[in-house]
Design a protein around this ligand. Sequence first.
Ligand code: SF4
Length: 315
Amino acid sequence: MDIKPIVVVSRCLGFDACRYDGQMLSNSFVSQLAPYVEFRPVCPEVEIGMGTPRAPIKIIMQQGKPHLIQAETGNDFTHSMQEFSEEFFSSLGEVDGFILKNRSPSCGIKDTKIYAKVEKGPAIGKASGLFGKQVLSEYGGLAIEDEGRLNNKKIREHFLIKLFTLARFREVKRMGTLGALMQFQTAHKLLLMAYNQSQMRKMGKLIGSATKMTPMPELFLEYEQGLHCVFSRQARIGSHINALMHAIGYFSKQLSAAEKTFFLDHLEKYRNGQVPLITLVSLIQSWTLRFGSEYLSQQMYLTPYPESLLNFKER
Ligand code: SF4
């Protein structure tokens, strides 16, 4: 299934010179992702009429609540930002993920500095920007990251797996049939196993107990909640090993003793951080081609997102 995820992105990350200082930032991950997704760029500060360039704003805690204040003018943009966010979400339509500018008082997700007063002084902590906070509360189950964290390989990999899986599920939801959902579950079995085996079983049971009489909207909603739960954290090494052992079981009769030993040896090296996961996944892929396993050839675990995105170079 070739579907492009829909991703809301901070407009200053390569789309427009809309930063407070009139600059645009280049972001190599966003550029590399561009051919594979549909971006929906947005600049909340420009959308609320602040103009570019503009005097910077910061988050000030007032009576226990974050306020978006422009120190130079004393203007409080909190209400405008909240109103804009709500309007934006209501017209956004379907979406699978967000890539937002880090540290921004508007777009930040978790690392925006907060202050006690408008006048110069040290930060008193870190929190979400105002738009970022509303994104998290409205779309918490989706693939949401800030561009800074996406420089980390593990975070980026998890983000991509989640993003592309949710996009594939969106297409299945559009089809709305039990058959399509069963196919999705089958194709993602190994991937779900690598993330959360008990949740994978629950989702399998949910589909197994459904009939043609089951109301599809409720079934899809419950399944989607399960999917969000699966991807609420990164997959653990032990769970990947579980999934890989399950996969090699499909070749138990065809592989030689030496090949099995080679695989198990590399599995241990993977456990100890000496070999990357992709080495083992590539072995499973090559044996899938060689022995023609129909079940494994459809497993999204082997190619959860476009392969060329694997080659991203960290800054
Ligand atoms: S961080 Fe967000 S609000 Fe600031 S310039 Fe970029 S898109 Fe606009």
